[in-house]
Design a protein around this ligand. Structure first.
Ligand SMILES: [Zn+2]
Ligand SMILES: [Zn+2]
Length: 192
């Protein structure tokens, strides 16, 4: 593991930064493509990526700045809501974002920003376009709210707590009864 002290961004973080100074100097319609292949980038502390982030993006010079489009794939480690075991889910994200310059490349003057301008899609004063935040948000959007390891995950036994995908416990015959007891108890307690 690399030491994370200091302000120097990691190699993975740098791989998602593009200097677009040349492209900004070009006319509307100019286009540049990039291959992305980053080993396990740390996009988010809550997001454990198990595979490389890879794909292609294109940067297109538009009037207001640069339009980034592309498709990226990676693998995210999640916890199953039924059996609580960890599993890896391959995901694919589509990117389509307009980035705006902070500094006008020709005049060197600050560019007026809209009050609601998203900071994640600002090209910085060194003309660096950073995709990390946009990708982070796109990855989160692809993660299911209730991840399940497999469509027919049997979950945990409500009585002995064992993972029923792995073991057949001997509580089976009482399972239905136990569920009803729990349900009735809840209803009774809530007074309905
Ligand atoms: Zn499961
Ligand atoms: Zn059991």
């Amino acid at each position: 593991m690399a030491c994370m002290s200091g302000k120097r961004p990691s190699e993975a973080a740098l791989a998602l930064q593009f200097n677009v100074a040349q492209l900004l100097k070009q006319a509307t319609g100019a286009r540049r493509g990039y291959d992305i292949a980053v080993e396990a980038p740390e996009l988010d502390q809550q997001l454990l990526l198990m595979g490389p982030l890879h794909g292609q993006i294109a940067c297109l010079r538009i009037g207001a700045g640069i339009l980034v489009t592309g498709e990226l794939e990676t693998v995210v480690r999640l916890e199953c809501v039924r059996c609580l075991s960890e599993f890896d889910l391959p995901i694919r994200v589509e990117i389509e974002e307009e980035f705006r310059p902070t500094i006008d490349i020709v005049t060197g003057l600050k560019v007026e920003q809209e009050p609601d301008q998203d900071q994640a899609t600002l090209i910085d004063e060194q003309h660096i376009l950073d995709l990390a935040e946009v990708i982070r948000q796109a990855v989160w959007l692809e993660i299911p709210a209730s991840p399940i390891c497999q469509p027919d995950c049997k979950g945990l036994c409500p009585q002995c707590g064992q993972n029923r995908n792995q073991v057949e416990c001997s509580c089976q015959s009482n399972t239905v009864d136990a569920r009803w007891v729990a349900l009735l108890a809840t209803r009774g307690a809530s007074g309905t």
